[in-house]
Structure formats: C-alpha cells, structure tokens
Design a protein around this ligand. Structure first.
Ligand code: ADE
Length: 247
C-alpha cells in the first residue's frame, strides 16, 4: 500500500460516507488523495437467503444484536486489504474509551497506515467477536461521548475528521493546530476579526497593539480563565501538570 492514510469503514449504511467529510478541509484533502475512504457493507457478509445480519438478544430484551460470524467475516476481509500494514482496529461504542485529543495523536503515530472502523447498530455487536479481535488483533473500543447515538457511523465520521486534520498539509498552518483547544491542555482563547467595533462591542485593545509578546501573554491568561470557568476537570489536570512552585 502507498503512503496515503486509509480508512475502511464497516457499516450497514455505507451511503452515510463520506457525508460531511466530503466538504471543508477533510474534503479537500480527500480530493488531493492525502487520505482515502472505503466502505464495506456488513450485509455483504450475510450468508442466508434473507441476508440476515442480526438476531435477538440472548437472555431476552428489546432490540437486535449483530451476529458474531457476520461481523468476523467483514473484519477479516477489511484486514486482508492492509496486508502487512498495521491499521488501528476500532469499534465505535458508548462503552469505549472516551475520545480525547491525545488519543487521536497516538492513533496517528502508532498506526500511520490508517484505521478500520466498525460501526455497530441496534443493541450492539455480539461481544464474543469484539473479545476475539481485542485479544488477537488489539481491537480498541472508542466512545465519542457519554450519550447514545443510533449507531457508530456519526462517531466514525467524528473520529476520522479529528485524525485527518493531523495529516501533514491538511491544516494550513502548523501554528493553528498547536494553539487550538486541548493541544496545550487548555481551551482556546477568544478570537476576533474586523470590524473593530460591532454592535457596540469592541475587539480587546491589546490585540491591536502589535506587541506580540503582550498578545501571547493575554491569550494565555484568557485560555486559563476560560478553562477554569468552564472545565474544572481540565483545569485541575492542567494544574497537576505544572511544577509545584507554579501551582
Ligand atoms: N455508538 C452509539 N453511541 C456512540 C458513542 N457515544 N460513541 C461511539 N459510538 C457510539
């Protein structure tokens, strides 16, 4: 395989891709072949005449569960396409590790070839296939937040967008990546553009001073203030990282 970052998505709704990723920065990078996307329809791996992919929950209860053998075949097919490469194999589920920016970085560093994303539907996927792929191929489970979506597809799109932005040449200025929220463990400082006065509200004087040192100090102070006000969890983590004499 070439150097392009590949994403392979296993889904019952291939038409949901690339969806919003066809637009904006990710869309431009997709057209420029900086990354690529392939969907695999899980239903193609059903083997009966009704193309059944799911069945009722063992133990009873509402909803349907994706069958282990069907999902296993789809994952094997996806993996075979990467040959000797080492893609990240990810199951999107609200039970997974909550996604944070450092995880996006580590995924891109540890798996530069790309990723295979398994999107669940209904009540989920038979846990035995998840366990098998975790044990044998290092599958990881990722959640994009503590809420329940109708399936993993929107979570997969979110994760892919976060990954693609880190590819070289996708976001124009390296600086703009580095000052963004979370890259420095703080939320981002507020941004303004022209006009200087809009509906009586003014752009802070210091930003018009041309004094880059003072502007950097102001921005850092603002980032700290906003983080402290809005995200006590991040603020505490930030304080804990600082040397003792600066806390
Ligand atoms: N599938 C359903 N809800 C999800 C979530 N919050 N994160 C990842 N995958 C999901």
């Amino acid at each position: 395989m070439d150097k392009t970052w590949h994403s392979t998505i296993l889904t019952l709704f291939p038409e949901m891709f690339p969806g919003p990723l066809e637009h904006s920065l990710a869309g431009k990078a997709l057209k420029e072949n900086k990354w690529s996307l392939q969907t695999i329809d899980i239903r193609d791996f059903a083997y009966d005449k009704h193309q059944t992919v799911d069945d009722t929950c063992a133990g009873g209860g509402a909803g349907m569960v994706l069958k282990a053998d069907v999902v296993d075949k789809a994952l094997t097919h996806a993996c075979n396409q990467y040959v000797s490469e080492n893609p990240a194999i990810i199951y999107l589920t609200p039970r997974g590790e909550p996604l944070r920016q450092p995880r996006v970085h580590s995924l891109m560093q540890d798996h530069p070839a790309g990723c295979i994303l398994l999107c669940g539907r209904y009540e989920g996927v038979d846990d035995r296939v998840i366990e098998k792929w975790r044990e044998e191929k290092g599958l990881i489970e990722i959640s994009i937040g503590d809420y329940i979506l109708s399936g993993g597809e929107i979570a997969a799109l979110t994760l892919m967008d976060a990954c693609v932005r880190l590819l070289p040449g996708v976001v124009n200025k390296q600086e703009s990546l580095e000052s963004e929220s979370f890259e420095l463990d703080l939320l981002e400082f507020p941004q303004y553009t022209k006009p200087q006065i809009w509906q009586g509200k003014v752009v802070p004087e210091i930003l018009l001073s041309g004094d880059h040192k003072k502007i950097a100090v102001w921005r850092h102070d603002q980032a700290e203030k906003i983080t402290q006000e809005r995200r006590p969890d991040l603020w505490q983590a930030y304080l804990n990282k600082r040397p003792f004499d600066q806390r």
